[in-house]
Design a protein around this ligand. Structure first.
Ligand code: NAD
Length: 356
């Protein structure tokens, strides 16, 4: 099969880590008989420098005409003083909106080989955890009515949380479908003791749960969820939650893995086309040094194979190769113990390709 992938390398370490993932894609394509045709498009600071805007139309068109999109990261000090509408990060919201990406999937998994990097107590870390956070990405308070007005105490600002039944049903189905392929448990996180949107959320999630016999559905209030993530993360399989709660909890979950350079993500819509990217930023402090950890981007490419192209065996092969490299004690600088030796971006990529 031929697959057309739009590559958005971006800024900082973006080009280095995307190039690593592309090498892995070509290697897996050779092994399994697929062609991954990768076409680069400008985004972020690189696009500002080249054409004066962070998300050129050509880039949006290229993504819309591709089978899927692989993104590195955008941003850096060079563009930090530009006005908001011209900042590289504006391109992220723009491309998510252009592709209608309403689901964000963020795995947070503690690799046994990296247990020591976990900031949690040994007794908690030793049980390990493997969580998939399903965050609603295009609704809720980040997109609701907002503004300033005169209130009881003078000037006040407001933001509005609004969710439709349709939006909740759509994201709940993604969560239950995901759980069916994993541990058969969905924890739905809300604030139903206070918020009306959360009461509709909870009611709707339970209606959808009835379609999924065999998948357990548990409710949890967001304040409790924030505590449970650090107290007993092993209890979670799939978490489904709103845009803002998901934003906060997915960052908390990524931190307890102790390795930001390892975590991939996928943003999806109703079609098979998705946008896959590491959760970290452009790491300007290490850009160009050849020392960035490419694993988050390589695992993002694996997610693309699994979720957009239904190539599960190929995705497994990449994930197993990463596990195998880590189990063999291979590390990049960010995950190496103090004083231990480590591999460059290219060397780690070579080791992963060797193990495919
Ligand atoms: P960051 O994630 O880029 O870096 C935080 C720290 O983690 C740095 O010390 C960095 O060196 C390290 N790090 C990150 N990824 C790494 C990797 N793969 N290997 C080794 N070390 C890694 O976050 P930041 O410093 O807050 O932001 C830097 C820039 O990235 C900013 O301009 C920010 O706006 C942008 N940003 C972009 C995205 C995105 O494109 N999706 C996300 C977050 C931040």
């Amino acid at each position: 099969m031929n697959y057309n992938i739009a590559l958005l390398r971006g800024d900082g370490i973006g080009p280095e880590i995307v190039d690593s993932a592309v090498r892995v894609l070509h290697a897996i394509g050779q092994k399994y008989g697929h062609s991954f045709i990768c076409t680069p498009y400008l985004i972020g600071g690189a696009a500002i420098d080249a054409v004066g805007e962070p998300l050129p139309k050509d880039t949006v068109d290229g993504c819309l005409n591709s089978d899927s999109v692989l993104l590195g990261a955008v941003g850096g000090p060079k563009w930090d003083t530009l006005p908001g509408s011209l900042r590289p990060e504006k391109a992220l919201l723009g491309i998510r909106a252009a592709l209608g990406l309403f689901t964000n999937l963020r795995p947070a998994r503690l690799y046994p080989a990296l247990k020591d990097a976990c900031p949690l107590r040994e007794s908690v870390a030793s049980s390990g955890f493997d969580i998939m956070i399903v965050r609603e990405l295009t609704g809720g308070i980040y997109f609701g009515d907002r503004g300033y007005r005169e209130g009881k105490y003078g000037e006040e600002a407001y933001d509005t949380e609004c969710y439709s039944r349709f939006e909740i049903e759509r994201i709940a189905r993604v969560a239950f479908e995901t759980a069916k392929k994993r541990g058969n448990k969905v924890t739905s996180i809300d604030k139903a003791n206070v918020l009306e949107t959360s009461r509709l959320w909870r009611r709707t999630v339970h209606e959808i749960a009835e379609e999924y016999e065999g998948v357990e559905c548990v409710d949890m209030l967001v304040d409790n969820a924030a505590m449970q993530l650090v107290k007993n993360p092993a209890q979670f399989d799939v978490i489904v939650t709103s845009n803002m709660f998901g934003d906060i909890l997915s960052d908390e979950a990524s931190q307890i893995t102790g390795s930001i350079g390892m975590l991939p993500s996928a943003s999806r819509n109703e079609t098979s086309r998705g946008l896959y990217e590491p959760i970290h930023g452009s790491a300007p402090d290490i850009a160009g040094k050849g020392i960035a950890n490419p694993i988050a981007t390589i695992l993002s490419a694996a997610m693309m194979l699994r979720h957009s192209f239904s190539l599960a065996a190929e995705a497994d092969a990449i994930e197993n190769a990463v596990d195998s490299a880590l189990n063999a004690g291979l590390r990049t600088a960010d995950i190496a113990e103090k004083g231990a030796s480590w591999l460059s971006t290219t060397e780690m990529t070579d080791e992963i390709i060797k193990r495919l």
